[in-house]
Design a protein around this ligand. Structure first.
Ligand code: MN
Ligand code: MN
Length: 465
C-alpha cells in the first residue's frame, strides 16, 4: 500500500498521491484483473437500465438473494432485493444489529447517455428509412454520428404483451447508425460551433433502404421496416408509442493500452460504480449494520421520475425494514451513511486547462473521493461534512483502499451532480466516491482497472465497517 504520508521527517506533513500500480502485489493484480474481466462481461450484458437490473438480479439470486416481502421479519444474514419497475433495484443484507444503528447505503446509477426513439419515430425520405431520436442525458452530439449503434428496448402492446428487443449485439446481427456529412461538403458545418454542428433533429437513425417488393403505393420503405418488425415481434407502428427503445454504441468492452491497464467501453458512467457496489454486497459477510445497494435510474436527467432517486422508493424500503424491527424510518435514516458511488472526471493532459490538476483525480491513483460536486459555487451539490469525510479517509486507509481527493474540473467551468443530494435529503450522511473516467459521456469511455478494483474494495470496507 502506498503511504499517504511520506516518511522523510521534514515532509511528514504533506499528502502524497501516487500511481498505485507499481506497489500492487502480484496476487492483488490477479484479483484485480479477474474482477475486471467480470465487469467487462457485465457491461456487455447491461447496456440499458432494464438490462442492468435483469443482470444484477441474476447475479444476486445466484448469491442467495430473494425477493423482499414487506411484512416479513428478517434475520441477520438474510439477503433480499426489490426491483422498482424493472428499472431500478434495491438490494440488502440484513445486519447483526439490523437497522437500529442506521444502515450503510451504496447508491449508484445504471442509466447512461444514449439516443432514445421519439414516440412516432419512423419515416422515409429519398429512398431511405429513418428513426427519429431524442437524446437522453448530456451528450456531445457530434460523437454519436457515424458509429455503429445497436437497438435495445421494451415494447408494450395494448393487450399487455411485452416484447423485449435487442438487435445488433450478437455476432452477425444487423446494426444501425446516424449519418454525418462528408468533409468535402462540410465547409458550412465546420464553421459552426461544436455544439451546433449537429442538430438534434438531424440525429436520425438509418434503418432501411429497400421498399416492399412487388407492390406499388405510398411509403413503401417505411412499410418494409414495419413489415420486418411485425414479422419478427408482432408489433405495429402504434405500438412504438408505448415503447422504450434506446440506441446505444455497438462497441463491446475491451482492454486499452499495450499494458492492458485500462478498459474502454460504452456506459462506464455509472456501471463502473454500480458493479463494484453490487459485488461488494454480494461478497459481504453478515454486516454489523444492514447493508444496502441502490441501483438507480434517471440520474443522467436529474434523478427524476419514480425510478430515479428523487423518488421515495429507497425511503419506502428503509421504512419497511424499520417497521419490521419496530423502529421509525426517520430515526434509522438519521443515523445512516451513504457512499454516493458515481464517476468523476479523470485529469486529461490533452485538455489540462479544463482542470485544476492539484484538485483533479488521476487515473490509477485509486477511488476518487469528492467532498462535494455541483457547479459554479457548489450549486446542486451535497457537501459531505468534515466529520464524515474524516471517517471515510480513516476507513479506506485501515482497509488498504487507495483513494484520492478531487473535484470535477475547473471551478468556473466544471461541475456536475450525482444522486448524493437526494439521499442527503433523507437526512443521511453522504459522500461522493467513484471511478475517474476519461471521455466521460462519450460513446466510448475509458477507466483504469486499478481504480475499478479500488472502488470495489472501498464499498466492501464500507459495508464491513
Ligand atoms: Mn454518473
Ligand atoms: Mn453522467
Amino acid at each position: 500500500m502506498t503511504k499517504k504520508v511520506v516518511k522523510k521527517e521534514e515532509e511528514t506533513y504533506l499528502f502524497k498521491r501516487e500511481n498505485g500500480l507499481p506497489t500492487l502485489s502480484e496476487s492483488k493484480e490477479k484479483k484485480m484483473n479477474a474482477f475486471c474481466e467480470e465487469y467487462k462481461a457485465f457491461l456487455d450484458h447491461g447496456k440499458t437500465e432494464r438490462e442492468c437490473v435483469r443482470e444484477a438480479i441474476r447475479l444476486a439470486e445466484k448469491a442467495g438473494f430473494v425477493p423482499f416481502e414487506a411484512d416479513k421479519k428478517y434475520a441477520p444474514g438474510d439477503k433480499v432485493y426489490v426491483s422498482n419497475r424493472g428499472k431500478a433495484l434495491v438490494l440488502a443484507v440484513i445486519g447483526e444489529e439490523g437497522c437500529r444503528n442506521g444502515v450503510a447505503i451504496a447508491a449508484a446509477h445504471i442509466d447512461s447517455p444514449r439516443l432514445d426513439l421519439k414516440p412516432i419515430p419512423l419515416y422515409e425520405s429519398n429512398d431511405m428509412a429513418f428513426l427519429k431520436t431524442h437524446y437522453y442525458g448530456g451528450i456531445k452530439k457530434y460523437q454519436w454520428t457515424a458509429i455503429p449503434l445497436t437497438m435495445h428496448g421494451t415494447v408494450v402492446c395494448k393487450d399487455g404483451r411485452v416484447v423485449n428487443l435487442c438487435v445488433g449485439e450478437k455476432e452477425g446481427d444487423e446494426q444501425f447508425c446516424v449519418t454525418d456529412l462528408l468533409p468535402h461538403l462540410s465547409q458550412e458545418q465546420s464553421a459552426k460551433t461544436l455544439g451546433k454542428a449537429i442538430e438534434a433533429e438531424n440525429m436520425n437513425i438509418l434503418c432501411g433502404s429497400s421498399p416492399i417488393s412487388g407492390e406499388k403505393g405510398e411509403e413503401m420503405y417505411k412499410q418494409k421496416v414495419m413489415q420486418i418488425l411485425h414479422d419478427r415481434y408482432g408489433i405495429c407502428e402504434e405500438d412504438l408509442m408505448s415503447a422504450e427503445i434506446e440506441f446505444v454504441p455497438a462497441f463491446h468492452a475491451v482492454d486499452i493500452g499495450f499494458d492492458r491497464s485500462m478498459i474502454g467501453s460504452y456506459g462506464h458512467d455509472d456501471r463502473v460504480c454500480a458493479y463494484p457496489a453490487l459485488q461488494a454486497l454480494l461478497h459481504s459477510k453478515t454486516p454489523r449494520r444492514t447493508a444496502i445497494v441502490v441501483l438507480a435510474d434517471k440520474e443522467e436527467i436529474g434523478s427524476v421520475g419514480n425510478t430515479g432517486l428523487d423518488s421515495q422508493f429507497l425511503n419506502y424500503f428503509v421504512e419497511d425494514l424499520a417497521d419490521a424491527e419496530g423502529l421509525k424510518a426517520r430515526h434509522v435514516l438519521s443515523k445512516s451513511q451513504c457512499l454516493s458511488a458515481d464517476v468523476t472526471a479523470a485529469f486529461d493532459p490533452s485538455y489540462a486547462s479544463a482542470y485544476d490538476v492539484q484538485n483533479a483525480c488521476l487515473i490509477n491513483r485509486g477511488v476518487g473521493v469528492m467532498k462535494y460536486t455541483g457547479a459554479r459555487g457548489k450549486s446542486g451539490s451535497s457537501e459531505a461534512s468534515a466529520e464524515f469525510t474524516a471517517k471515510v479517509r480513516q476507513l479506506f486507509d485501515d482497509n488498504d483502499v487507495q483513494w484520492q481527493m478531487g473535484e470535477l474540473g475547473r471551478v468556473d467551468l466544471g461541475g456536475g451532480g450525482t444522486v448524493a443530494l437526494y439521499v442527503a435529503g433523507l437526512n443521511v450522511d453522504v459522500i461522493d466516491i467513484g471511478v475517474p473516467v476519461l471521455s466521460m459521456h462519450a460513446p466510448f469511455e475509458v477507466v483504469s482497472k486499478y481504480d475499478v478494483y479500488m472502488t470495489y474494495k472501498a464499498c466492501k470496507a464500507f459495508f464491513a465497517d
